[in-house]
Design a protein around this ligand. Sequence first.
Ligand SMILES: [Zn+2]
Length: 598
Amino acid sequence: MVATSLSAAGIRWDLADLEPGAEQARREWDELLVRARDFAERRRGTVASAEARELRELLDELDELYQDISRVHFYATAREHTEATDPETNDLATLARDRAADLESSLVFVELDWLALDDGRAAALLAAPELAPYAHRLRVAREEKPYVLPEGEEQALNARKPAISAWQSLHGRELATLVVEFDDGEGPEPHTIDQLLAYVHHPDRELRLAALDVLYEALDPVADVQAACYDALVGDRLSLDRLRGIPDPLWPTNQSNELDRDVVESMLVSVEEHYPLGRRWFVRKAEVLGLDRLQLADQYAPVGSDRRVEWPEAVEMVDETLSEFAPRLGEIFRTCLETGHVDAEPRVGKVGGAYCNSVSKTVLPYVLLNYTDRLGDVVTLAHEFGHVVHGTLSLERQPYRVYHTGLALAEVPSTFAQLLAVERLIDREEDASIRAMLLADRAESAMASIFRQTMMARFEQQAYALRGEGKALTRDRLADLWIAGNESYYGGSIELPEGYRLGWSYIPHFIHVRFYTYAYTFAHLVALLLLRRYREDPEAFAPAYLEFLAHGASRSPQELLAPLGVDLHEAETWTDAFAELDRCVVEAEDGVAALDAG
Ligand SMILES: [Zn+2]
């Protein structure tokens, strides 16, 4: 169980900025329902004839409503994530889910009415100064218009959602309930998939290899079901695309990221051209570990040594990182900590992982993480505060519904903050062995985001193409695609075990959001570029970066990034990002060379 000696003990949320208690939250859910119905009664059907000023009032009122929903909803979620065993919490969470769904369906008419306008009228409204804060979002929404079906058909498609998500639940349940015996040297113990996967970071090679063998053995009996789930979902998505007239399986993802097909493709091609950079590191790493060649289980084997970082040191480190970049960012960080907006203590009844929730224009973001005194946790803290400062600054300037960008861009500020913190940790570290670990870890996590996620996006593309040709996605077909994709990346620099043919079967992103994978590639490459631009001219970069954060989603990624010296339409942009990754790999190589010398 969780050790009580962890240094973040007692660092818990204070939810008072959301709600005073459950009773008040229940009352507010009822009030919100009344407010939403009243709003719908007054506003339904008015968009068609609205002047710019009236539409602005409507959108402002809707924005207020959504902020209150967000606040009351997050109160329930926050409790559910930190006190899962409390009966009052569970009741409140159930109520929140039901109410949120009701509210969503009573407010969705605004979007539909907006799409129903003819192009001329919409263009006239979009040009009106009154609508400026919403113009970009409204314009992007209309790009989906050609693919939206008549209301009755959309409702019928919506009604199938529970049946479709049943495939996703089945996939998740098969994995979540998979528990296998594994002996880590202290006798056989039941292990989950995640626990087995965590052994790839273990210093003992025998354990790393054995854990993966046991993992693949455990996956074998469920692989047919996992393939059937994926086949059903891909088949469904493709038939809906045909019905809507969507030409490319990537289109819905590109649309929500506001990235052109050409931008995404030229990025992926550039990544594939740089696969040899990854292989160079794996060959070097094999030497460091005293091996002829790495096995897959050695890919993330630790190099050098780790150290403990207690919570106060982590806070100081991240505070200094942000404040040195721009004092305002440090201020936001400290205010969140002082007002109980960070929950860092791992404990029973709390969810794993880490996230940031930007609640509304009047409530500072809340951050959840599980701080276990490891160097990697400092990086997570910085990552989440990259999201916090983005949310805070954009909510100061943008309407609530215009602060949040698509996934690909949303991970840029968090990855950038994380890279700044890692650089600081590396610069301050005097112990050569810990330095080597930090440098290797920085290079390897960049490779995992950039190379591996690209490999996965290509796997998805090929799976959609096969399914589109009328071929079923069986476990063998998926395994062949998976191994071919992996070989094109690793190119013999890492030996892939036979069991890895099932490596595709436990990746949740394939099941939940198609082509989510490339968002990590994009965010990491852009963050590396931003770091390069920052180094070139820190004085000019920092204020431009704060502006970028404050713009939220009020313009396209291309427009947002151009003032920072990143042109997404220029192929050279990606070459530049790889020069930065190359630097990380060279420094990792120097880090391990210093170990050899010492
Ligand atoms: Zn993130």
